[in-house]
Design a protein around this ligand. Sequence first.
Ligand SMILES: Cc1cc2nc3c(=O)[nH]c(=O)nc-3n(C[C@H](O)[C@H](O)[C@H](O)COP(=O)(O)OP(=O)(O)OC[C@H]3O[C@@H](n4cnc5c(N)ncnc54)[C@H](O)[C@@H]3O)c2cc1C
Length: 385
Amino acid sequence: MKCDVLVVGGGPTGCLAAASMAHELQVKVLEEHARVGEPVQCAGLVTPRVVEMASASDAVLNKIDGACIHFPGGRVIELQGNEVKAVVVDRGEFDRRCATLAQKAGAEVLTGSKVGSVERTADGLRARTAEGELECRALLAADGYRSGVARSLGFDRARDLVRGSEVDLRLRVEDQRKVRVFLGNDVAPGFFAWAIPCGDLTRVGLCASREKGTPQDHLTRLLEEQGWAEAERVRTYSGAIPLGHIARTFADRMLVAGDAAGMAKPISGGGLFTGMTAGKLAADTFLEAFRSGDLSQKKLSIYEERWKAVYGKELRNSYRVRKVFVRMCDRDLDKAGAHLDSEKAKAVLATGDIDFPTALAPGLLKACPSLLTIAPLLIFRILWR
Ligand SMILES: Cc1cc2nc3c(=O)[nH]c(=O)nc-3n(C[C@H](O)[C@H](O)[C@H](O)COP(=O)(O)OP(=O)(O)OC[C@H]3O[C@@H](n4cnc5c(N)ncnc54)[C@H](O)[C@@H]3O)c2cc1C
């Protein structure tokens, strides 16, 4: 088999990239699982702009316009936005919409096809699968957080990783428009837990730093504490999120995008917006490179400039926030909660965009200057660098 661009990984990053270049290039997407979108490893909470990118409005299960943040000491901060801030999607369906976009553009999406190894040849790359070899002139590694392909070709790993566990409970919570977020080192050390309303189901999950015990144990405890342990478990999920993007996302004939490049947002762990944006930009870059007949790393380096121009600063600042966050004990979290529990601060928080959370920093600081006492150096870096 031969093609212009081989996309390894049939997730949203890979499929959106394929959808954006297959009208002009011969593109094959290889997905190891038998069905795109399975198994699900996601809470499915995204901004409306992400749904738009995938033309996937049919996959929307619920709309969210507010949040309740539960601090370890018992304080609850309730935020109410004046518009839809996020939507909950059926992640399996969402991924299949992305794959359909790729196929409609002319890409071939091959499922049950795992890329075992990739090697460079004189004029391209050769990928090995159980079915045989595939030669391509360029390759996009969109193979998720493990990304064996990028690793085997010399790319590094994301700096950090959190592990997640999640369950859909047959349980209807009263407020269907608000996500609940739980903070605390006993609840979800190094990250946070969530409860997302989806009609007759509630999606409860958490992520935790990998060195702080298994997320399943933390989840069992959370369900007991919230009185949800007896609710029917309709579906369980688990997975991991790499945080802190890799140092370099391009090489001769090759780009890396999405979780394979550690592009998830370090504060929330959301990786669909960043991955799909990178997928689209990788496609634009390959199109230009093929048109000019130059697939060198110099030519492809523009890809990294492009994704960094959209959210490089956000990832950098969010990672700094994360570094402070993981060092906070419950008492520090409660102190932060006390600072934020004012009408002015809540009004600012309610305007936030979950794809660009650190953009709130200047407004928050103005509304709540006492925040400076929590992490003065961090705030200085976010505001002035
Ligand atoms: C518990 C949890 C909750 C999350 N919640 C959210 C959320 O609410 N919102 C959000 O935006 N993000 C969320 N995320 C993150 C989000 O799921 C990822 O960032 C997103 O899936 C990244 O997309 P991707 O296409 O880059 O990678 P993936 O979706 O992981 O796709 C990669 C694909 O590559 C395939 N693959 C891997 N290796 C090979 C190989 N060798 N050959 C062929 N195929 C291969 C995999 O099977 C997979 O299908 C969550 C993650 C977890 C773990």
